[in-house]
Write a protein that binds this ligand. Structure first.
Ligand code: GLY
Length: 424
């Protein structure tokens, strides 16, 4: 099978690596890719935001896997599907589950899926009223795509109002103000063909830039899987109460969701509740989830793309995986670029996945905020943490930095789910 992956980040590098391990994948390309994907696939130049260009490039491939959300929201999967080529990724209309927070709330309401109560506001006055009727902490979300940075969670109502005003200053913008959900967060990815829902291993992202969850939100500074603090049955409950009803509702609306449905959930005292949906694999969780996948990824994604997922199961390697992001100086502000990257000898069981890198003068230099993902597999979460940080120690990048506490609270047993209220 000839597979084309669309995208250029560490998630796409992880997808390419996992696909390259599938014996049914005989030819693999990434468009446009990065210096890391070039080590496992052929990089092909394309503007991933141009549906016609991607569809033209896809001719001759047996499967196209679209990584990032922006091309999906722009209709890249539709253009490929219209040419009769199987594509793993939702249509433009189905991608609205991520592209519009208010659309996602509407789908959840129709599907009876638990989520935070919310107000959609198109003026600053509406946003201020929605904030003032709630207790802290305040949650304000830009309604459209914002590369993981369109959310503010703060105790400071003035900061919340300022953020809402900033977002609303763009023509036609809306914000969603919602109740804060208390409880540890889970990222649960499900592969779906629009009917069957196949959950993957649950993971946890670390969204704030600094240790102990301090500083601004980022695209994600690190992740680990599986989650030792999650209860047996939680993944089944999330699948049954959240993911399957949403997939069913999308099909009922005539916009079946085919691809990767990413449920971002808080495990509250009332049970799992949705913080957000994304319409694609999460970054950096995917780097760890795929590191533990023991099934042929290409075969599974092709089954999803062709409506044949029913009866498919996933096998997982034992142990745990930790991903630590190496970010450029000043990320998530205006990250430094063009700094030389040197990689030393990596420990066994560690992969360095490229995101913001480019080749220059025979070497590698930084070219983005999140530069590398260092992903490990270990027998335990503790061992995976140690290996990942041993890998990070082999990265030299002027001004580069990482969080030092990825997975640490889970290793120390400090994460607990609030006791379930008896009325749930
Ligand atoms: N890990 C956060 C995201 O992919 O949006």
């Amino acid at each position: 099978m000839k597979v084309l992956v669309v995208g250029a980040g560490a998630r796409e590098h992880a997808l390419a690596l996992a696909l390259s391990r599938d014996p049914s994948v005989t030819s693999l390309a990434v468009a446009p890719g990065n210096p890391g994907t070039a080590q496992v696939a052929e990089n092909l130049p394309v503007d991933p935001m141009d549906p016609a260009a991607v569809a033209s490039l896809a001719t001759g491939f047996d499967l196209v896997v679209v990584g990032p959300e922006a091309p999906l929201v722009a209709g890249v999967a539709d253009a490929v599907r219209d040419k009769g080529i199987p594509v793993f990724g939702p249509s433009r209309r189905a991608a609205q589950i991520e592209g519009s927070k208010s659309f996602a709330k509407d789908v959840m309401a129709a599907a009876g899926v638990p989520t935070a109560a919310a107000d959609t506001c198109s003026t600053a006055a509406e946003a201020i009223a929605a904030l003032r009727k709630r207790p802290a902490p305040y949650v304000v979300k830009a309604d459209g795509l914002a590369a993981g940075k369109g959310v503010l969670v703060t105790e400071d109502v003035t900061a919340a109002e300022g953020f809402a005003r900033d977002v609303l200053s763009a023509a036609g913008a809306t914000v969603v103000v919602e109740d804060f959900l208390d409880g540890p967060e889970v990222s649960l990815f499900a592969i779906t063909d629009g009917t069957t829902v196949l959950p993957m291993l649950p993971a946890q992202d670390h969204k704030r830039v600094g240790d102990d969850d301090t500083g601004p939100n980022t695209g994600g500074m690190g992740a680990y899987t599986p989650l030792p603090w999650l209860h047996t049955g939680d993944v089944d409950e999330i699948t049954t109460r959240v993911l399957q009803p949403v997939v069913d509702e999308m099909r009922r609306r005539g916009t079946p969701f085919v691809g990767l449905l990413y449920g971002g959930l808080a495990m509250t005292s009332a049970g799992p509740s949705v913080v957000e949906f994304n319409c694609r694999f999460g970054d950096p969780e995917t780097q760890s989830v795929l590191a533990l996948l023991d099934s042929p990824l290409g075969e599974v994604l092709l089954k999803a793309a062709t409506g044949e997922l029913k009866g498919t199961t996933l096998a997982w390697k034992p142990g745990a995986s930790v991903t630590v992001v190496v970010a450029a100086e000043n990320y998530p502000g205006t990250p430094a670029a063009g700094d030389r990257i040197e990689l030393g000898q990596l420990p066994a069981g560690v992969e360095v996945l490229h995101a913001g890198t480019r080749d220059a003068d025979g070497g590698l230099v930084s070219a983005g905020g999140r530069v590398l993902s260092v992903t490990s597999v270990g027998e335990s979460l503790q061992e995976a943490r140690e290996k990942a940080y041993a890998g990070v120690a082999q990265v030299t990048l002027r001004g580069g930095f990482s969080r030092t506490d990825i997975g640490a609270r889970a290793v120390r047993g400090e994460i607990t789910i609030p006791a379930r209220r008896s009325d749930q």
